[in-house]
Design a protein around this ligand. Structure first.
Ligand code: ADP
Ligand code: MG
Length: 495
């Protein structure tokens, strides 16, 4: 079998492979048994014919040699040839009904040449009369006698036997194949149940959250006495381990989150105190040397930055822990207008545009207005902080089909560094420019958590956020599921 055929066969389901294997073996075994049986049977029958021939030959010879004796009558379907000095030559065939007819010269010669010498017999094919078993003996006074017996009956018997063997064999193989299929199907059923359990497990998301394995292999498929049972028991043990490991992972994650939340809370108070004292010092800046004044200003700005960082961390920890957000109708157009108005005030050097569709007021989503406001404002702050003055920024709102709303923030600034793009929504990912600008007033809120917070909030609203950026065009697209009642107007506003 070629390698390709083998590879194709191995892709068959196990059940079909087993049935095909069984059928193939049965066919080979039946064929071997049949061929051997028929050959042995033919040999036995020929032996019997040869024994009879021997007797007939003996009778003919003694009749020829002893002239007083009458030549015995031949049996049906036999031939006799006698060639001896002083005796009339005989070359006759007796057919199945006892009618005697002379043999042709050619047939006589065939018999004389082909006959086995006593005690052996040979099979000779007579052109018009089929095959004969033929033996001969030399006569005392010279010459020889040849007798033969037709094999037509033997051949018929062997043909019948072969036919019945083939029919019975095919029937047997068919029955065995059907029975085998049934038994194999029965035997493989536990394996199929195992496969079902395994595929259920494979569809369970294990990466995050509290995970409970959906199912275990049933008790009937875990008995250690069977191979499938051993696999089933091993699978259950493995599932226990995995569940245990995931549980521990989850609890350590929870612990870490609680720790961050607690640390954040604890840091708030001292940070506020530092900030307040720094402000106090700054108010009396004129009274101190310039160097100290600068330091106090740095203390104030850095403590404010740290305060923002702590707030961002706290917010992320809260979003991670899956605390449910508010579920109120949120008018996105209002958020865009507010954020854009704020931006116009805080960054008048940029060109701010807003693009709302007709009936924008009807484009609502269900969620937490304050958090969604934060998403848009983080994006707008980035467009402000990471682009030079004169950059034009456009905020766009669109209904996307009937069931989603899309918010886009696009700028024509220098773009996000390419190596940053795949990780842009990860925590503490920020460009070198943003890092070094950490102390400038413009970069005040740049903690490297802005995009991570956007992604977490959008995901908590069952939405998606994506980023496309190249020099001259940076685009953030947020898709949120539309609130049910906003679907109609949203669709019509579009058309
Ligand atoms: N509109 C933009 N244009 C250029 N770079 C951007 C833009 N938005 C984000 N970035 C890059 O992505 C980084 C990550 O953004 P973000 O998570 O908000 O952190 P950061 O606190 O630095 O703003 C930024 O530091 C900046 O390098
Ligand atoms: Mg930012």
């Amino acid at each position: 079998m070629s390698e390709r055929t083998l590879a194709r066969l191995s892709r068959w389901p196990l059940r079909r492979q087993l049935v095909a294997g069984i059928v193939m073996l049965l066919v080979v075994a039946t064929a071997v048994i049949g061929v051997v049986t028929v050959a042995v049977q033919r040999h036995t029958v020929l032996d019997r014919v040869d024994d009879q021939l021997e007797t007939v030959l003996e009778a003919q010879r003694s009749a020829v040699e002893d002239e007083a004796q009458e030549i015995p009558r031949m049996r049906a379907r036999s031939v006799v040839v006698i060639e001896a000095d002083g005796v009339e030559e005989v070359a006759e065939l007796t057919d199945e009904s006892g009618v005697v007819s002379p043999l042709s010269d050619a047939e006589r010669h065939q018999l004389l040449d082909g006959a086995g010498r006593e005690p052996y017999a040979e099979t000779v094919q007579l052109s018009d009369h089929g095959s004969y078993r033929v033996t001969s003996a030399a006569l005392g006074g010279g010459g020889q006698v040849v007798v033969g017996q037709s094999l037509s009956e033997v051949d018929q018997t062997i043909r019948d036997m072969t036919l019945s063997f083939t029919v019975v064999g095919l029937l047997g193989v068919t029955l065995a194949a059907l029975g085998g299929r049934w038994i194999i199907r029965l035997g493989l059923r536990p394996l199929e149940r195992l496969a079902r359990t395994a595929s259920q497990v494979s569809q369970t998301p294990l990466a995050e959250g509290t995970v409970s394995m959906p199912s275990r292999v049933q008790d009937q498929d875990t008995s250690p006495g069977t191979e499938v049972g051993q696999v089933g028991a091993a699978l259950n043990r493995m599932l226990d381990h995995v569940e245990d490991a995931i549980g521990r992972r989850q609890s350590s994650e929870d612990q870490l989150r609680r720790f961050i939340a607690d640390a954040g809370h604890e840091l708030r108070t001292p940070l506020a105190a530092i900030s307040a004292h720094a402000q106090l010092m700054e108010r009396r800046r004129t009274e101190m040397p310039e160097e100290l004044g600068h330091s106090s200003q740095r203390i104030r700005s850095e403590s404010q930055r740290m305060g923002l960082l702590v707030e961002d961390l706290l917010l992320l920890a809260r979003l991670d822990s899956g605390v449910p957000l508010a579920e109120e109708p949120v008018e996105l157009a209002r958020i865009l207008v507010d954020v854009s108005a704020d931006a116009q005030l805080t960054a008048p050097g940029h060109q701010w545009h807003i693009d709302l569709p007709e009936g924008a007021a009807d484009l609502t989503v269900r969620g937490d207005a304050a958090r969604l406001h934060q998403v848009v404002s983080n994006l707008v702050n980035n467009a402000k902080d990471h682009t030079p003055e004169g950059t034009s920024v456009i905020l766009r709102l669109r209904a996307d089909r009937a069931d989603a709303v899309e918010v886009t923030v696009e700028d024509d600034g220098p773009g996000i560094p390419e190596e940053l793009q795949p990780r842009i929504f990860d925590r503490f990912v920020r460009g070198d420019g943003a890092r070094s600008r950490g102390d400038a007033e413009a970069g005040q809120g740049n903690t490297g958590l802005g995009m991570a917070i956007c992604a977490a909030i959008v995901h908590a609203h069952r939405g998606t956020i994506r980023c496309e950026s190249r020099p001259g065009r940076t685009r953030f697209v947020i898709r949120l599921p539309a609130a049910p009642h906003s679907a109609g107007p949203a669709a019509s506003a579009r058309g």
